[in-house]
Design a protein around this ligand. Structure first.
Ligand code: FRU
Length: 514
């Protein structure tokens, strides 16, 4: 019998489908011993099982769970039509992956945004007397963009009455139409008790715009805040009040991620400290500061509704300069460690400091004490450990450098340290492994601390493809990623000159996935 055209079409279709399937990254199987053991796979940082991830979204605590939604493209390891991926955690440390929460629809792809518990059901979208969870996000309409229009990003909401397991799009989306601004996105919503209103801050090209609403559906523009003459793209803002440490004074923090010209190149998370009266943020636009001086902490925003009132945040551990090119086969990119943020005053100015929250202590496997000593050249801190927390303090040296070197047997290494000559901290990933995907990746990054500081304290978290430095109680923070041919498993202190080290601690960290 001669094969019909239909059989031919079906066979060709099957072959093409299988070819396409072979090119899709396989989703790891959590019952397998090899789960989350691929090369570069973070062991105690959040990463999706498979495919592309960027910004954290909709972070909210609800009914005993921390929710982490995130920009997700489930069909590829590069950026594409955006969805909201979803995971939950009861302790901020161990994460359970859940199905995709929001899919693109007729209004567009689902860009970044936030989520709130609608206490008292102001939106009327709750059911059976329970407060609904409301996601507020940007719809990005690719067809309208192709048509050359400027109004293709607008704000929409979706609601969940089953603890975030499923969401329904609000029938009258969008809730804020585009006023003719090409980049008009990333709404972050908070409840403002004094004015009994919801407040939204969003990024509008080179500034932040503020809106208020009684019910999360009807929004009124109240003000804008920007830097006169700024030509950089603003993204992923956040707004929240904080008590100044050691005082009763309250200030407001406006976080803004900036797409270009960060202190060490590319993208980074910055902030302003000022005041907010329910409608307008006032602060010095020229006094922008950086929350993290590393190259790999972007789109950091805070969790909503944290039960004990702490300010907890998390960022995307990458940089748009090279995010889509970094080595990846199964998944691409991870989140930073969660961070607890504090506001302090120094020399008449206000600064944020951030440290990993106490919850991370559950990951401590075993701790080695390193005795206080004078280091004239170098000492070995650890060997045979690939995931670690180091807590090291030194007398402030007058000159020279204190280097913590993490290395492997392939002669690759990354240096984290302090340079007394210009009083900066640094991470140098020049020799950290693969940088072919973007040669300027192999570089040294420096960070400023806040004066005065009397000694050098470095808390460093090492994972298989990232290092995070929290210096001076989090006054100078640096996050960098790297891609060595095998994980770094040795750490030394190397000094130029002589330095007195105080008692230090090296802790092996447990894996969060197995
Ligand atoms: C920031 C960002 C956001 C946008 C999202 C799209 O990394 O560009 O402004 O909503 O990513 O994925």
């Amino acid at each position: 019998m001669k094969p019909s055209i239909l059989t031919f079409v079906m066979l060709t279709g099957c072959v093409l489908f299988n070819l396409w399937r072979c090119n899709q990254p396989a989703t790891p199987d959590s019952s397998d011993d090899s789960y989350y053991t691929e090369q570069y796979r973070p062991q105690f940082h959040f990463s999706p099982e498979a495919n592309w991830m960027n910004d954290p979204n909709g972070m909210v605590y609800y009914d005993g769970e921390y929710h982490l939604f995130y920009q997700y493209y489930p069909d590829s390891t590069v950026w594409g039509p955006m969805h909201w991926g979803h995971a939950v955690s009861s302790d901020l440390v161990h994460w359970e992956h859940l199905p995709v929460a929001l899919y693109p629809d007729s209004l567009g792809w689902i860009f970044s945004g936030s989520a709130v518990v609608d206490k008292g059901n102001t939106s009327g979208l709750g059911k059976n007397g329970k407060d609904p969870l409301i996601a507020i996000f940007t719809h990005h309409n690719p067809e309208m963009e192709k048509e050359g229009r400027n109004d293709f990003q607008y704000q929409s909401i979706a609601f969940s009455n089953d603890n975030g397991r499923t969401f329904t799009m609000y029938e009258s989306n969008p809730v804020i139409v585009n006023p003719g601004i090409r980049d008009f996105r990333d709404p972050k919503v908070i409840w403002h008790d004094k004015s009994k209103n919801w407040i939204m801050v969003l990024a509008a090209y080179d500034k932040a715009m503020f809106y208020t609403s009684p019910n999360l559906k009807d929004w009124t523009l109240t003000s804008e805040f920007g830097i006169p003459g700024d030509d950089r793209l603003w993204e992923c803002p956040d707004l929240f009040p904080m008590r100044v440490e050691g005082s009763e004074e309250e200030k407001w923090v406006l976080i803004v991620s900036i797409q270009q010209k960060a202190p060490n190149g590319g993208t980074a998370t910055g902030y302003f400290v000022g005041d907010f009266d329910g409608k307008t943020f006032t602060g010095d636009p020229q006094n922008q500061k950086w929350l993290d001086y590393g190259t790999d902490n972007y789109a950091l925003v805070t969790w909503s509704n944290v039960p004990d009132g702490r300010t907890l945040a998390m960022g995307w551990m990458s940089n748009w300069l090279y995010a889509q090119e970094v080595p990846a086969s199964v998944w691409r990119s991870a989140m930073t460690l969660p961070r607890e943020i504090f506001l302090f005053e120094s020399g008449g100015d206000f600064f944020l400091r951030s440290v990993p929250p106490k919850e991370l202590a559950v990951l401590k496997k075993n701790t080695k004490t390193v005795k206080a000593q004078i280091i004239a050249d170098s000492i070995l801190l650890m060997e045979g450990i690939t995931t670690a927390k180091l807590n090291l303090s030194f007398d402030k040296p007058e000159e020279g450098q204190i280097i913590i070197r993490f290395s492997n047997t392939s002669e690759e290494f990354i240096d984290v340290g302090y340079n007394a000559d210009d009083e900066t901290y640094f991470i140098n990933r020049t020799h950290s492994g693969n940088a072919e995907f973007y040669p300027p990746f192999a570089s040294k990054h420096t960070g400023q601390t806040v004066y005065p500081f009397e000694s050098i304290n470095m808390i460093i978290y090492l994972d298989h493809s990232s290092v995070e430095l929290f210096a001076d109680e989090g006054k100078c923070v640096m996050t960098d990623i790297f891609f060595p041919s095998e994980p770094f498993d040795k750490a030394q202190v190397i000094v130029t000159g002589s330095t007195e080290m105080r008692e230090g601690y090296v802790t092996e960290m447990n894996n969060i996935w197995r």
